[in-house]
Design a protein around this ligand. Structure first.
Ligand code: ADP
Ligand code: XUL
Length: 544
C-alpha cells in the first residue's frame, strides 16, 4: 500500500505530512511534523520567517534556511517517523508563493555532485547568485510595478494576460528591481526559481519546472496559453526567458529522488519527485475545493480567501488574482498581508494569550458599537495601502477587548467586501491555516459572510494538498485517470462537530456595517467623506 509525502515551506515553518492510501479503502495521515524557522533554525536570525533589515518595505528570507529545514525534515522522516519508507511512492510540496531564488552558473554542478556525508545548505551556498530571496511580504517594488504595467500597455492589459495587475510582491516586479539595483548579479544569474520549484530542484537534484498554479503569481505567465508571456518578460528584465525554468502541469514528475537523499538517509531509489506548487493552489486541493460554489479562507501568516474557478474571469477592480488550480483549471484569490501578525500585534498589545483573545471576542458585542479599526499595521495588499499605519474610528487604542473585536471584524468585513468580484454565492466556507483553530474568530467569519464555517481534520491544508498532489501525480504516471473527488476522499471532510452556523441577528447587523466599513476604508484613503455620522447612527441602532 503506497504512502505519499507532502511538504509545505511556508513563511514561518517547514511542515511535512505523510498519507496512506489503501486501494479502495481506508485513508490515513500517518505522520505530521513542523520545524519553525525562528525557533528551530535560530542561526539564520529570522523573525516570523523574515530576515531583519532596515527598510520596512523590504522582506527577504534565506534560501539556505529553507534548504537546511528540508535536509533536517528528510532526516527526521527517515530516522524518527517509524515509517516503512520502501512504501513511499512520491513526494510533492507547497511553497509560499511569489518568493524567488537566484542561482548562478555553479548551481547545476553543485546539485549534481552533492556529497551525502555533508549538509545540504553548505553545498548549495556557492550556487546562489543572490544570497537572499525576496518573499511575498515585500512591498518595495511600486516603481517597477508602474514601469512593467506601462510597458505592457496598462494594468488592465497585464491583468488580462497574467490574471493580476502588477503587484509589489509578484515575482516579475521583484526580478526587475534586482536587475536594476544589482545588474552584475542579475547577469550572473542562470536560473530564477520560485520557492516551490527551488525546493523541488533540491529534492530531484536537477532543475525543476515551475507549475502553472504558482507560475500565475509572477506577472509573467500568459494564463490562457499556460506559457511565459513574451510581452511581460520583455517588460520585466533583459534576457529573462533563458533564466526561467519551463512551465509544467502540477502533476509533472521532475525525476526520481536525487541519490543524495538515498545515500544520506536511506530513502528508496526511484521515489518520484512531483512538481511543487504554491501554498494557495495546494490548499485548494487540501480543503477539497475541486468544485464551484464553496470558498475557503486561510488564516495563516497571510489571510487568503479563495475558490475554484472553472472558467477564467479576471477581477475588473484589479484587487484579486487568478492563479492556476492544480486540477488544470483556475482559482480566484484575494490576499491580505495584515493577517495573523496583525491579530498577534493586537493580542500582544492587550497582554492576552490566545485564550484571552477568544474571551475578549466572546464578551464584546457583534458590531463593536460602531468602533472600527483599519488594521494596516504593514502595507496592505487588499485594498492597496502603500503607506502603512492603522486607523481607528471611535476606538480607544487602550480598550484591549474592543481592539481585539475590531481587528477580527475588520479582517472579515474586508474579505467579504473585496471578494464580491468572484461572484460566488457562498453558503459554505472551509477554514484553514493556523488561526482556523480559533472558533471565536470563525464565528465572526460565519456571521459576516452569512455562511456555515467548517474546520478540517487536517489543519495544514497546503501540506495535505501537496501530499494529495503527490498521490494524484503518481496515479497519472501509472496511467490512471482517478477523479479529484476520489483523490481527496477521506482526507478533506470537515471535522465532526466543527460546523459553525451564522447567528441571524448578527448577519443583519453586519449587512448594515459592511458599507460603513467600506466608507471608513475610503475615508482613510482620502477618497470618501468622514464616516462619523454613519458610525454614530450605527451605534444608536446597535449600541445597546
Ligand atoms: P504559515 O503562513 O506560516 O503557514 P500558519 O498557517 O501555520 O502560518 O499560521 C500561523 C499563525 O497561526 C501564527 O502566526 C498565529 O498567529 C496563528 N495562531 C496559532 N494559534 C492560534 C489561535 N489559537 N488563535 C488565533 N491564531 C492562532
Ligand atoms: C498569495 C500570497 C500569500 C503567500 C504566503 O498571493 O501572497 O498567501 O502565498 O502564504
Amino acid at each position: 500500500m503506497p504512502i505519499y509525502l507532502g511538504f509545505d515551506s511556508s513563511t514561518q515553518s517547514l511542515s511535512a505530512i505523510v498519507i496512506e492510501v489503501a486501494e479502495g479503502g481506508e485513508r490515513r495521515v500517518l505522520f505530521e511534523r513542523s520545524l519553525r524557522f525562528d525557533e528551530d533554525l535560530p542561526a539564520y536570525g529570522t523573525r516570523n520567517g523574515v530576515l531583519a533589515g532596515g527598510d520596512p518595505l523590504v522582506a527577504h528570507s534565506s534560501p539556505l534556511m529553507w534548504a537546511e529545514a528540508l535536509d533536517r525534515m528528510m532526516g527526521i522522516i527517515a530516522t524518527e517517523s517509524g515509517l516503512d519508507l520502501t512504501r513511499l511512492a512520491a513526494i510533492s510540496g507547497s511553497g509560499q508563493q511569489h518568493g524567488s531564488v537566484y542561482l548562478g552558473a555553479d548551481a547545476q554542478k553543485a546539485l549534481s555532485r552533492l556529497d551525502p556525508r555533508r549538509e545540504l545548505a553548505g553545498q548549495i551556498a556557492p550556487g546562489l547568485s543572490r544570497p537572499t530571496a525576496p518573499i511575498w511580504m515585500d512591498s518595495s517594488t511600486s516603481r517597477q510595478c508602474r514601469e512593467i504595467a506601462e510597458a505592457v500597455g496598462g494594468d488592465e492589459e497585464l491583468a488580462r494576460i497574467s490574471g493580476s495587475r502588477a503587484f509589489e510582491r509578484f515575482t516579475g516586479p521583484q526580478i526587475r528591481k534586482f536587475f536594476q539595483e544589482e545588474p552584475d548579479a542579475y547577469g550572473r544569474t542562470r536560473r530564477i526559481h520560485l520557492v516551490s520549484s527551488f525546493l523541488a530542484t533540491l529534492l530531484a537534484g536537477r532543475d525543476a519546472p515551475i507549475d502553472r498554479g504558482d507560475g500565475a503569481g509572477m506577472n509573467l505567465m500568459d494564463l490562457r496559453a499556460g506559457d511565459w508571456s513574451d510581452v511581460a518578460l520583455e517588460a520585466t528584465a533583459p534576457g529573462l526567458s533563458s533564466k526561467l525554468p519551463p512551465l509544467a502541469d502540477a502533476w509533472s514528475i521532475v525525476g526520481p529522488l536525487a541519490p543524495y537523499w538515498v545515500e544520506r538517509y536511506g530513502f528508496p531509489a526511484g521515489v518520484k519527485v512531483v512538481a511543487w506548487s504554491g501554498d494557495n493552489p495546494c490548499s485548494l486541493i487540501g480543503v477539497g475545493l475541486v468544485r464551484r460554489g464553496r470558498l475557503a479562507i486561510s488564516l495563516g501568516t497571510s489571510d487568503t480567501l479563495f475558490g475554484f474557478m472553472p472558467e477564467l474571469r479576471v477581477d475588473p477592480t484589479g484587487q484579486g488574482h487568478v492563479f492556476g488550480s492544480p486540477t488544470g483549471h483556475f482559482m480566484s484569490l484575494i490576499c491580505f498581508k495584515n493577517g495573523s501578525l496583525a491579530r498577534e500585534r493586537v493580542r500582544d498589545a492587550a497582554g492576552y494569550d490566545w485564550d484571552g483573545f477568544s474571551a475578549a471576542l466572546r464578551r464584546t458585542p457583534a458590531g463593536n458599537r460602531g468602533r472600527i479599526l483599519l488594521p494596516w499595521f504593514e502595507p496592505e495588499i487588499t485594498p492597496h495601502v502603500a503607506e502603512p499605519g492603522e486607523r481607528r474610528y471611535r476606538l480607544d487604542p487602550s480598550d484591549a477587548a474592543a481592539n481585539v473585536r475590531a481587528v477580527v471584524e475588520a479582517q472579515m468585513l474586508s474579505m467579504s467586501l473585496h471578494s464580491k468580484w468572484m461572484e460566488v454565492e457562498v453558503d459554505t466556507i472551509y477554514a484553514t491555516g493556523g488561526a482556523a483553530r480559533n472558533r471565536e474568530i470563525l464565528q465572526v467569519m460565519s456571521d459576516v459572510h452569512d455562511a456555515e464555517v467548517f474546520q478540517l481534520e487536517v489543519g495544514n491544508s497546503a501540506c495535505l494538498g501537496a501530499a494529495l498532489r503527490a498521490f494524484h501525480a503518481d496515479e497519472v504516471a501509472r496511467g490512471r485517470r482517478t477523479p479529484w473527488e476520489e483523490i481527496t476522499r477521506g482526507f478533506v471532510e470537515p471535522r465532526a462537530g466543527s460546523r459553525i452556523a451564522p447567528e441571524p441577528s448578527n448577519v443583519a447587523l453586519y449587512r448594515e456595517l459592511k458599507p460603513i466599513y467600506e466608507a471608513c476604508e475610503r475615508h482613510a484613503q482620502g477618497t470618501g467623506p468622514d464616516p462619523e455620522p454613519r458610525l454614530a447612527r450605527f451605534e444608536g441602532e446597535y449600541g445597546s
